[in-house]
Design a protein around this ligand. Structure first.
Ligand code: 3PG
Ligand code: MG
Length: 396
């Protein structure tokens, strides 16, 4: 992507390079349950070590309030060693004498992981003393943590005030993909937005209607739009206080030439849970005692037909209550269609944000999209059109 400083041509040999990763990985029973963030960081670490830099890894983990052994990053050093194919050592602190001693002992090509940044309150508060303590450990700074780019923390927006800053390869790939989706996309562009609530995605919807040609809505938020259009939606989840907002968004969409696509049929059941009897009904005939839990087959076909006319799609949020079958049918059906069009070369597809990655993985399409972001909040803020504090210091 043009516009950000990347690693090409940067002389790193013999330099102490601070690399901000996002090692805030999901852990179950003491083991990393999804290594995607580690895999995305690997190319940068390998490249730097291969070029004989001293690679010093910085990350937060969890949300500790002060030092807490349960949130230590120590357990990750052996895992990173295995994943990177490099020996990764560990230092018990990220600033101060322990960190400084560990860095001073490094040889060219070594990789050192520092303890959880959030053990110090200066990290989240971006305190100058803490920033200075981090910055003195390095000669250069590389940010490879797009998924934390919405945090104006010391290790993200502080250090670049002291050291030359560059995007790592993961950050570069992420920003390149995102630019293709909303920055400088091939039109027509569709956004597929699902999830339960409009209220949490108001900024996102408002930004999208000004940028995309088609806004395809599913999940609980589609119910609120249907209800705002006067459709009787039975017992379906609805945000009654958002009906005016939904109408307002529809109005803006119309004025900007963005078509909003709502479900035409739905899978309904008495309640959300396993073993429910699901029926397909048209949205005009939702029984009073039933709730919509997924989009129906005609909606899936309708979306597929629309996607065939598009060149770019960006996706956030599932189409239904995908955690329990058969209410994953809509999400899986649309995801597979997107993946097929992507593989045919007719569509550029970008997905991301919290639940979305899990939903797309459950649909088995994680390799079928052009790019799937590992970011939750950062992806959403980017979709909202916000300038991310982690990206600003990397701009040329
Ligand atoms: C994430 O997991 O979304 C990022 O690592 C940011 O973590 P945070 O929400 O605790 O700041
Ligand atoms: Mg988070």
């Amino acid at each position: 992507m043009s516009g950000i400083r990347v690693l090409d041509g940067v002389d790193v040999a013999g330099k102490r390079v601070l690399v901000r990763g996002d090692l805030n990985v999901p852990v179950q029973d003491g083991k990393v349950s999804d290594a995607t963030r580690v895999d995305r960081l690997a190319p940068t670490v390998r490249e730097l070590a291969g070029k004989k830099a001293k690679v010093i890894l910085l990350s937060h983990f969890g949300r500790p309030k002060g030092r807490d052994p349960k949130e230590s990053l120590a357990f990750l050093a052996p895992f990173l060693s295995e994943k990177f194919g490099l020996n990764v050592t560990f230092a018990d602190d990220c600033v101060g004498p322990d960190a400084e001693k560990a860095v001073a002992a490094m040889k060219d090509g070594d990789v050192l992981l520092l303890e959880n940044l959030r053990f110090h309150r200066g990290e989240e508060k971006n305190e100058p003393d803490f920033v200075a303590g981090l910055a003195k450990l390095g000669d250069l700074y590389i940010d490879d943590a797009f998924s934390a780019a919405h945090r104006a923390h010391a290790s993200i927006s502080g250090i670049p005030g002291f050291l030359p800053a560059y995007a790592g390869r993961g950050m570069e790939a992420e920003l390149t993909a995102l630019d293709k989706a909303l920055g400088n996309p091939a039109h027509p562009v569709a956004a597929i937005v699902g999830g339960a609530k409009i209220s949490t995605k108001l900024d996102l919807l408002s930004n999208l209607v000004g940028k995309v040609d088609l806004l395809i809505l599913g999940g609980g938020m589609a119910n609120t739009f249907l209800s705002a259009r006067g459709v009787a939606i039975g017992k379906s989840l609805v945000e009654a206080d958002m009906l005016d907002k939904a109408r307002e968004i529809e109005g803006v969409a119309k004025s900007k030439g963005c078509t909003i696509v709502l479900p035409v049929d739905a899978l309904v059941a008495e309640k959300f849970g396993a073993g429910q009897i699901a029926e397909t009904v048209s949205v005009d005939h939702i029984p009073d005692d039933r709730m919509m839990l997924d989009i129906g087959p005609a909606s899936i076909e309708n979306i597929k037909a629309k996607l065939k006319t598009c060149k770019t799609i960006v996706w956030n949020g599932p189409m239904g209550a995908f955690e329990i079958p058969p209410f994953d049918t809509g999400t899986v059906g649309v995801a597979k269609a997107v993946a097929a069009l992507t593989q045919d070369g007719t569509l550029i597809s970008i997905g991301g944000g919290g639940d979305t990655v899990a939903a797309l993985a459950a649909a088995g399409v994680e390799n079928g999209f052009t790019y799937i972001s590992t970011a939750g909040g950062a992806f959403l803020e980017w979709m909202e059109g916000k300038v991310l504090p982690g990206v600003v210091p990397l701009l040329q």
